[in-house]
Design a protein around this ligand. Structure first.
Ligand code: SF4
Length: 382
């Protein structure tokens, strides 16, 4: 059995080593690319959301490398994700890719069913003790990946040359992918933090202003996968923006696979309470979390928000109809970016540049006002 899985940003860093540690033969599909998307889009219904098209492209490219089994997570909420595994199986079989598809439903579907499928993938020889330990270690690896991403979000707008930040980012992922011990995870994050500290410009000195802060909310796949968002986070960082994201990989794993038994990095649980006045019930995906996270970012004084999701994503379309109320209540600008296979880098870049320009003017005015007030207070106090 040669097992593959869908690409979603840095997910491979965690999943490849998890599967290998359990003795599985793994085929990591090539990173998402135009070819991946073209292959997947050719087989997909036109109105299918972008992640389904990319997943199909991943599986075709993995089949070219010998994969015969797909491991994919399932869902039980009111969104199409719950049908993905089965739809993908049918599409691939009809197109001549006879994959065995193993759908790992979250434990609230059927805990026993989840265990049986894990056993099927792993084989009889590996003990449950080892399986549990490897899953827990992978979770810790996901936390380390999230920490690395956060350090890079902070670094990009504070580096004289943001390309340097990208180099540090790529270098940090290599030891994380190969790590087999907690100490190695910690060392990789610490090394990156030190590298960043050495190169960071000192804001507040020499006329260097604090970067504007933008919260990015929306559908999980588009948030975590740079190819499908046309590198929105990186583009913002290079425009001098400190980005914060509403959803992190380990937060999703903690909620869906460990069923909230462990607290995820930047947990999503506060979002539901914050969303309640606007959207008190589940709409599938992370629609409700997008509202709650937007409220949280606004209350934390962020300068703007970006709402990012794939075309035809039902939960986020619901959120998009409610977010103007958050925008009005908190006076925070929100830019909506809807992605599909026709989204181009140049178009997104132009919109980001205009948005950041607007935020920077407002932020500079605010910072000057605070400075003026401070000076006049000091003068009257003398
Ligand atoms: S959350 Fe949106 S993009 Fe993701 S599977 Fe559901 S409908 Fe598709």
């Amino acid at each position: 059995m040669k097992v593959t899985f869908p690409h979603m940003g840095n997910l491979w860093v965690v999943v490849q080593s998890l599967f290998e540690s359990l003795g599985m033969d793994v085929v990591v599909p090539p990173e998402n690319s135009k070819r991946t998307l073209a292959l997947g889009a050719k087989l997909s219904p036109e109105s299918a959301c972008l992640p389904l098209k990319l997943n199909l492209g991943n599986f075709i490219e993995a089949a070219e490398r010998g994969a015969d089994t797909i491991a994919i997570t399932g869902g039980i909420g009111p969104c199409r994700f719950g049908y993905y595994g089965e739809i993908e199986r049918q599409i691939l079989h009809e197109a001549g890719y006879p994959y065995d598809v193993v759908i790992l439903e979250p434990p609230d579907g059927s805990f026993w069913g989840l265990l049986q499928r894990i056993r099927y993938l792993v084989g009889r020889k590996v003990s449950w003790y080892k399986i549990l330990n490897e899953f827990l270690f992978s979770y810790r690896k996901a936390v380390a990946v999230d920490q690395v991403e956060d350090v890079i979000h902070r670094a990009r707008p504070r580096f004289a040359n943001p390309i340097e930040a990208e180099r540090l980012y790529q270098e940090a992922k290599i030891p994380l992918a190969g790590a087999t011990m907690n100490t190695e995870l910690k060392a990789a994050v610490t090394r990156l933090e030190e590298g960043v500290r050495e190169k960071e410009l000192q804001t507040g000195k020499d006329g260097i202003r604090e970067p504007v802060r933008v919260g990015v909310v929306g559908e999980i796949y588009t948030l975590l996968d740079p190819f499908s968002s046309v590198d929105v986070e990186q583009q913002l960082g290079h425009l001098g923006v400190h980005v914060a994201r509403s959803i992190y990989l380990s937060g999703w794993v903690a909620e869906h696979l460990f069923h909230g038994l462990i607290e995820g990095y930047r947990s999503m649980s506060p979002y539901r309470k914050l969303a309640e006045p606007y959207l008190p019930h589940l709409v599938g995906g992370h629609g409700r979390e997008s509202i709650g996270a937007s409220v949280q970012f606004a209350e934390q004084g962020f300068d703007g928000l970006i709402h990012l999701f794939p075309l035809t994503c039902m939960p986020e379309i619901t959120a998009a109809s409610i977010l103007p109320r958050v925008q009005k209540n908190y006076g925070i600008p929100i830019l909506r970016l809807v992605m599909d296979e026709h989204s181009g880098r140049a178009g997104v870049q132009t919109r980001l540049e205009a948005f950041v320009d607007l935020l920077e003017r407002a932020s500079a005015l605010k910072q000057d006002e605070v400075r003026k007030k401070d000076i006049s207070f000091r003068l009257t106090a003398k």
